[in-house]
Design a protein around this ligand. Sequence first.
Ligand code: SF4
Ligand code: ZN
Length: 710
Amino acid sequence: MSVLTDLIYGGSNAVAGLTEGAVNDAIAKYGADKEIAFPDTAYFFPTIYAATGVKVKTLGDLPACVGVLKSLITNQEDLGQALNAGLATAVGAEILEGLKFVEPKDAYEEATVPGIGFVPDPIIRSLGVPLVTGDIPGVAVVLGKAENPEDAVKVVKDYQSKGIMTFMVGDVIEQCAEGGVKMGLEFRVIPLGHDVTAVIHVVTVAIRAALIFGNVQPGDLPGLLAYTKERVPAFVNTFGAIDSVVVSAGAGAIALGFPVVVDIDLGENQVPGALESVLDHSETVKRSLELRNIKIKSKDLPIPVAFSAAFEGEIIRKADVKAEFWSAKNPTCELVLMKDADQVEDHKITLIGPDIDSGDLEYAMGTFIEVYGKKMQADFESVIERKIHAWFNYMEGVMHTGQRNLLRVRVSNDAFEKGLRMKDFGEVLYHMIMDEFDTVVDKCQVRICTRPEGCKEIRAKANEAFVARDARLKSMTDESVDKFYTCILCQAFSPSHVCIVTPERLGLCGAVSWLDAKATNELDPNGPCQIVPKDRCLDERLGAYEDVNEAVSKYSHGALERVTLYSILEDPMTSCGCFECICGIEPMSNGVVITNREHVGMTPLGMSFSELASMTGGGVQTPGFMGHGKQFIASKKFLAAEGGMGRIVWLPKELKDQMADRINATAKELYGIDNFTSMIADETVTTDMEELYGFLTEVGHPVLEMEPLM
Ligand code: SF4
Ligand code: ZN
């Protein structure tokens, strides 16, 4: 037997033994009926569920899984068989990690090494859009202990600067922590845990992606492996010596289609394309990306700090602030306007007022961008403007929240010391606009004003523009436009899903409005957003159009034939999996319950967000369940075919508060009801179906007068 297969089987057998022992011990201690589950997932033990269809719910379910695990270890020389043994190691790791959650306290809380352990479903769903847009170009798994800690730090920082999501397992976590790598989900560098088995937590992310987005059926192992190989752009790097357990875990990764790059010399045991030695750490990143064919859109900007989506979530605390621009203290605003050719001098960047080295802490900030382009349209001003938030956040050491004339920007001491000044903000805006909006913008100039007086002038101009834009948005209805758009960005993960985006129904991810889709179509005419004419209406109530049906049939490659825009029951729009909210029918009241990704608690349907979300997705129609964007709740078209938003009987409180003004305005218009949100229950009222019914009766909720849904 080759050294490689030998090692794989050695590791798999060791893990199998450990797993069997741990399962027996746990059953002896807690009994076979003891419930067991990972936190906040609808997919049980995801690897076991996806591969075999078995739903692990109690300790008593595990011995059979150990049996399956052992059957995968054939000890035969064939490499394919050896990779199966790698999958057995994954199953073993999942069980060993799962057993940590039987203990009364989350085992990870007690661990000395910071590790997040299991990644809950809502986080995976939230990663859908950044992954399909290429904002997160790939997923790295970094494992082990580098001989020279600096090498590990360099590799991980390199991934971070490229926006790659990096999961770490083992000593490399401390090495990177000591090396000053900023860690956490918001930095895209995620410590999973110290034990090798913690690597399963990134494996189950890939596996659940197949279940959530890919419509892969539990038990369809070949379908699962094809999905992860083709659609999950992950790879593995190991640092330092590798033992048989690491090798067999690596075999599991290879079985899933994830290449493994090690930093020791494997000589003839290398498997080109799947298992390779790269001894020079300055080549590790390059080779890993090549193996997965990941292309990084290079963003080499002439600024003194790093610029990457990985810094988007960076928080700058008060003690670290060098300069702050905050509307509560000083006038602020951001404005993009289109101008004539002679009014714009390309790449002119002007600072009006003091720079951040003036010694002050607080400044005003008026950012005024003027663009000219032959194909530029007023509708794209707001589309560009909304990107300022992301671009400023991408600068390492800069935090941006808010938009329009309510915002807060912080610059860290660290960024200041690296030389960051206001001119760099202008450079970022200029370069990003010319990069992302090159089809519509020919010339661009940026003015940044840090003086309250000048800023007020810009703000007055901006307010005028905002009023006009809001009026335009308000007047923009599905009836007032002559076309809708498709969005098929999510097909990267959800091959048969098509969103139809209309003025009154934004994409279910919440990130694509009709205007965004229009701009995307203009920028990239062969891209994800295609025009859907709306000439042939079949049924106004349902929002059924011959043109929409043709579009979904074409872009879903025949998987779908009919989709309506306004119904949850009759040919509802499909979901990919990255929806902000999930809506489901509540049979007792004939209403609907909505919950959102951020809400972890129960709903009156007896299901959490994760559980409800698992009822639909993968581009499949599921009458009675529908994923949608937050803003859609307040739309007059929400469930219009079933009577409209008057069907909503329950919402998480935070979401309700956030949307209250708009929900109430729409309800007043549709039903003449004042303060409709006071009739909608939330978790502070009840999460019990019977009690909910009592509440609805008490407040005289309009749903009680509506036709039965079914
Ligand atoms: Fe995905 Fe639909 Fe959002 Fe497009 S609009 S990114 S397809 S969820
Ligand atoms: Zn999606």
